[in-house]
Design a protein around this ligand. Sequence first.
Ligand SMILES: NC(=O)c1ccc[n+]([C@@H]2O[C@H](COP(=O)([O-])OP(=O)(O)OC[C@H]3O[C@@H](n4cnc5c(N)ncnc54)[C@H](O)[C@@H]3O)[C@@H](O)[C@H]2O)c1
Length: 428
Amino acid sequence: MTNEPLRLGIVGCGGISVRHVDALRTLRAAGFRSFELAAVCDLREGPARQVTRMAAEWLGREPAIYNDINAMLDAGVVDALDVTTDAGAHHRVAVPALERGVHVLVEKPMAITARAGRRMIEAAQRGGAVLSVAENYRRDPIMRLVKAAIEGGVIGTPRLATYLSITGNQHVLLGTSWRHDKLRGGLLLDLLVHAADLLVYFLGPVKRVYAETGILEEERMMQADAAGANDWLYRHREDDVPAGSTVRPTAEDTALGVLRFESGPIGYMAYTSGAPGERLGTHLLHGSRGSLRVPGARSGRTPVVTPATDEGGAETLDGDALLERLPGFSLDDVTQRLFDGAARLGRYEVPTDQVNARLVAYQLEELARCIHGGARPEVDGELGLHAMSVPLALLESGATGRAVTLDDVTSLVAEDYQGPINERLGIR
Ligand SMILES: NC(=O)c1ccc[n+]([C@@H]2O[C@H](COP(=O)([O-])OP(=O)(O)OC[C@H]3O[C@@H](n4cnc5c(N)ncnc54)[C@H](O)[C@@H]3O)[C@@H](O)[C@H]2O)c1
């Protein structure tokens, strides 16, 4: 039996939303008929019109435009929402939808605070709706291979995780001022949640963290072409802050944290965009029999394993050699169809925009299958809440000077940092 396409609404028509429209085109090209784009919603008309133009060109049909989520829900025109607003608005959009039984795929980070995330999970339970979180990095075929390599014992028992991203400039990231505003998102939630979700995917849940955090860059400049080649996606930014003006960040741009995973390994996570000069970036997993270098998600580059010197020298294994070591590894059927039929990939060469669209396509197709078949999404509300609670735990620890358990963040006990945000946003 074939299911009728579900009616999808995209809420938040900024930079990433265009990739979500592209994902619908990608699904169609791969022969999937899970969704039709029925409506879009944004507080501002300009971004909404940009997305409907792309939809008309790529999908052959212009969706309806709304400027208020409740009006869109009252109109009864959608079965599911794809929430692509800034993080500060995720709960405002998702809670009323889920309560009415409208299913939701929400961009990462799932919510602005753990309390907001918890309210989304409860709303999904009340409405009997599917809640899925778009943690796209783990859906990259190369990350599936990394996970299989770890589970296949290629580096032995995992011991140590290192994630470093040390960069710095004085600009507003992507020209979106909300990425420096703790009431709307902030760099650590926005960016570090990707690394957090990957580490949780590879090593399991985090137990406890300790961190120092801060704002190193106290004033940032709005650049005219802040998003480079993707600048056309971010033109709406000047509605908030005109080019050439400055922003004083309220959200931290730096966290140096130590993590303990429930399964045993220790991790070190360092992120800053407030350290100009030499850049440092690495993502490494060490185990009892060697290490694995995790390549950048969506890069298509190969993972590299360096075995322990007493395990046959320091010869490194790349993706193809890894595939040989993992004869049982295979990509799932949806990933295979989206990645040109390949059952196994050790590396790939696909333009980043297309990779983005394919990974979002995967997430949408998964949502449709969960709606029709009743299965739980891979990243459901609880897992999405856990991943976003890693950067939140770093922020809580930085605010209090104490180690913080993930349980205390997800069960809303640790709220020294988040409490004032909840209060200002009316999250109870
Ligand atoms: N997975 C990824 O690789 C990836 C990449 C970029 C962004 N993102 C995520 O996507 C989300 C959006 O990021 P962006 O870069 O597109 O931001 P953006 O600022 O370009 O777009 C956000 C849009 O949401 C609209 N909006 C805000 N509140 C709204 C509300 N209540 N109702 C309707 N519209 C509302 C804004 O007007 C804006 O047009 C964030 O959660 C971000 O972390 C994910």
